[in-house]
Design a protein around this ligand. Structure first.
Ligand SMILES: *Cc1c(COP(=O)(O)O)cnc(C)c1O
Length: 398
């Protein structure tokens, strides 16, 4: 979200010159300009996906991924309590029932947590790769395979992250990336779903455009094999997303250099540790994720950081909307219209969830957004500021 330049402008201008802001059809006027298609090809190339499909948001990409993967009415889907709330909304909009399971120090669902949440009605998992890192895929794939679960990945925060060479989003049936303003590549608004399964791709493609089959060049002559809705991306958004996606390898490289530098320095500070990164070589390094010894120490450190005018936030005791403690409306299923819960009954007691590791780990977590544009001096300054805040906080705490 920090680099906008001549490339983004040139891509947008291509679209404005033709005047065709719609991604489909208008072959005669569009002068062969297809930015949504190009964005899809660029994302597919970046992560090695057989298919990529661009839509209007990361939330829409997660919904399209779930629906196309075969998740539907009354299915139980295991989800983490630490994610952006869109993951849970997508499960509900698919007609399915979210079942919360525990996470671990990777900040993602753990294999043990998933195991404990499985019931005879479990259809699948929506695994979320949080804070630019990745889940512990070896352990998770063992459970997925043992129970034959449908795996969908919400990699909204982890496009370009990988585990042992396989990119997040491509471990299961479908995955989703976000291009909103706060993500590694932004289109203003936008999302991309990826899959290696042609049938899943086709369903997502049709579903995101009212069921249009996109066969032929005349929209008025198309067939509509399935019910869908409008989750289309515009050519303007796709144009920006395309230029941004080309920058992702550079951003990841820079982020990693700064994150390594910060971790090396802060690793020596008493009381500090880090969220576990199952494959450090695959980190997209968009966030530095510190773990303090206790929730009280984290709280004190955040207030020291704030007093010193330094960034850094906690998802547990601030209202970041990424943690179940902020989701009372979901626990009570407050909504404008009927949710699947009313029809099928709650799959678990949402008001009394037992997620001890999530409460413990997220309470102790302090995250910092990393900027690819930082110089190594700037990262050093931040390390010193963090060290000072932690030292002060630990003294008060003791
Ligand atoms: C950002 C995000 C989303 C939603 O993406 P939008 O493009 O804002 O709709 C979904 N899931 C996760 C994990 C996210 O971080």
């Amino acid at each position: 979200m920090e680099f906008f330049g001549a490339d983004e402008r040139a891509e947008i201008n291509d679209v404005l010159e033709t005047g065709i802001l719609f991604r489909y059809n208008h072959e005669a006027q569009r002068n062969n300009i297809y930015k949504a298609r190009e964005l899809e090809a660029e994302v597919a190339k970046l992560v090695g996906a057989s298919y990529a499909h661009a839509v209007s948001s990361g939330s829409a990409a997660a919904l399209c991924a779930m629906v196309a993967a075969g998740i539907g009415a009354g299915d139980e889907v295991i989800v983490p309590p630490f994610t952006y709330v869109a993951t849970i909304e997508a499960v509900l909009l698919a007609g399915a029932l979210p079942v919360f399971a525990d996470i671990d120090d990777t900040l993602c669902l753990s294999a043990d947590g998933i195991r404990k949440a499985i019931t005879p009605r479990t259809k699948g998992i929506c695994l979320v790769h949080m804070c630019g890192q990745m889940a512990d895929m070896n352990a998770i794939m063992a459970v997925v395979n043992e129970y034959n679960l449908v795996l969908v990945e919400d990699a909204g925060q982890a496009m370009g992250a990988s585990y042992k060479g396989v990119y997040t989003g491509l471990w299961g049936r479908a995955g989703a990336y976000s291009f909103d303003f706060f993500k590694i590549a932004t289109a203003g608004e936008g999302g991309v779903m990826v899959t290696n399964d042609e049938q899943v791709y086709k369903l997502a493609d049709n579903y995101s455009d009212h069921g249009h089959d996109h066969i032929g060049t005349n929209r008025g002559m198309e067939q509509h094999p399935i019910v869908g809705f409008n989750y289309r991306i515009s050519e303007l958004h796709a144009a920006v997303g395309l230029a941004q996606t080309r920058r992702v390898p550079m951003i990841i490289e820079q982020n990693n250099a700064r994150k390594k530098q910060l971790m090396e320095r802060l690793g020596k500070v008493a009381g500090l540790s880090f969220a576990r990164i199952p494959d450090p070589d695959g980190d997209s390094a968009t966030f530095l994720n510190l773990l303090l010894p206790t929730e009280a120490a984290a709280r004190q450190t955040v207030s020291e950081l704030q007093a010193a005018g330094v960034g850094g936030f906690n998802y547990w005791f601030t209202n970041m909307y990424h943690f179940i403690n902020q989701w009372d409306h979901i626990k009570t299923m407050q909504t404008a219209s009927a949710l699947p819960i009313e029809k099928f009954g709650p799959p678990q007691d949402y008001q009394n969830l037992d997620l001890p590791t999530a409460q413990n780990v997220i309470g102790r977590l302090i995250s910092f957004g990393i900027r690819a544009s930082w110089t190594s001096e700037e990262a050093d300054t931040l390390a010193s500021q963090i060290e000072a805040a932690v030292t002060k906080a630990t003294l008060i705490d003791a």
